[in-house]
Design a protein around this ligand. Structure first.
Ligand code: RIB
Ligand code: CA
Length: 322
């Protein structure tokens, strides 16, 4: 793992999210990490409907005692074609594994997500803010279209999504976040924004075992216990889907890269996204024939120290009980 920054160098962070079980873990990870300052959460349609992802975001922040972090709601659907289905069968119909978190005293920010995000970016020095989209890229594509001058100020986009060589998880070709809005994904991944793509190639090998879950459940206080309870359904779904004992917390690995830049080894690749309505819809086509020199190239994560990444997550979640 790369060296972490001192607390004085905290990275201003925005998480754009569709909670979502692994989204919840990713937000809790960020809040337990002094390297970053979570200044805004924006919500997007994805695993479940927008109203639910937004309510879930409010409740996860409240669980961690951080209902001060503003939550601004974004896009309720993809840019062009409606989604045929969501992921309630994986995340539970309410999106948090069937666990009812206490309601937050905070209300959703009155600003639309793109306005809140643009205002934050314009208030910070260019290149200093990390934006971590861990759902469909609809809000980021809209930001680029409506506030291009703000989008250009983003320091890093660390996206959980896509797949170079591991096929898909929602179809044989497509990873869910790319599939949920392929047009948005194509726009962002070919925009020239400084995107790091944290796809299935590095998330699938990074399995949070039941032993790791037990560690933060037993030592992480109420947050640890609740995180373990929320994961229960995800563990069962992972066993049924992949036959593994443990769970792939995709979004938490993306946040690990946002918190500790350099956690993942990346290679600059040209990436396009399948936007036809056929079998390849949402496929991220990563050109691995060469290292790209194009300004529009994406830093594609190709190698991960999975044990170190899991230990980082477990130890940070356990710290809620300190
Ligand atoms: O493919 C995994 C991604 O899809 C994760 O972000 C998960 O939360 C779902 O949104
Ligand atoms: Ca997600």
């Amino acid at each position: 793992m790369a060296q972490t920054a001192g607390v004085t160098d905290r990275i201003p962070l925005v998480i754009d999210t569709d909670p979502g079980i692994d989204d919840a873990l990713a937000v809790l990870l960020a809040l337990a990490s002094p390297e970053v300052d979570l200044e805004l959460v924006t919500t997007v349609h994805g695993n479940v409907e927008l109203a639910q992802t937004t309510e879930n975001a409010l409740r996860v922040l409240h669980l961690a005692g951080r209902s001060d972090v503003p939550v601004a709601a974004g896009a309720a659907g993809p840019l062009v074609h409606p989604l045929p289905t969501r992921a309630g069968h994986v995340h539970g119909t309410a999106g948090l594994g069937g666990v009812e978190l206490p309601p937050s005293p905070a209300s959703v920010d009155p600003r639309p997500a793109v306005v809140a995000l643009a205002e934050l970016l314009l208030a910070h020095e260019p290149g200093t803010v990390t934006v971590a989209p861990i759902g469909p890229l609809t809000n980021i594509a809209l930001l680029m279209a409506v506030y291009p001058e703000a989008a250009q100020r983003i320091g890093r986009v660390v996206w959980m999504g896509g797949s170079a060589h591991r096929g898909g998880n929602v179809t044989s070709a497509a990873e869910f976040n790319a599939w949920a809005d392929p047009e948005a994904a194509h726009a962002v991944l070919t925009s020239g924004l400084p995107v790091t793509m944290v796809g299935l190639d590095v998330t699938l090998p990074t399995v949070l075992t039941e032993e790791g879950i037990e560690r933060f459940r037993s030592t992480g206080g109420t947050v640890g216990e609740t995180a373990a309870a929320v994961l229960r359904q995800y563990v069962d779904a992972a066993r049924d889907a992949y036959g593994i004992s443990g769970v792939v917390v995709h979004d938490a690995l993306a946040l690990t890269e946002a918190i500790v830049p350099g956690t993942l080894r990346t290679v600059r690749r040209d990436v396009v996204v399948g936007t036809t309505l056929g079998a390849a819809r949402g496929q991220t086509l990563v050109d691995s024939r060469s290292v790209s020199t194009a300004d529009t190239a994406v830093e594609v994560a190709e190698t991960v120290d999975s044990d170190a990444a899991v230990e980082f997550l477990v130890s940070r979640l356990a710290s809620y009980g300190a």
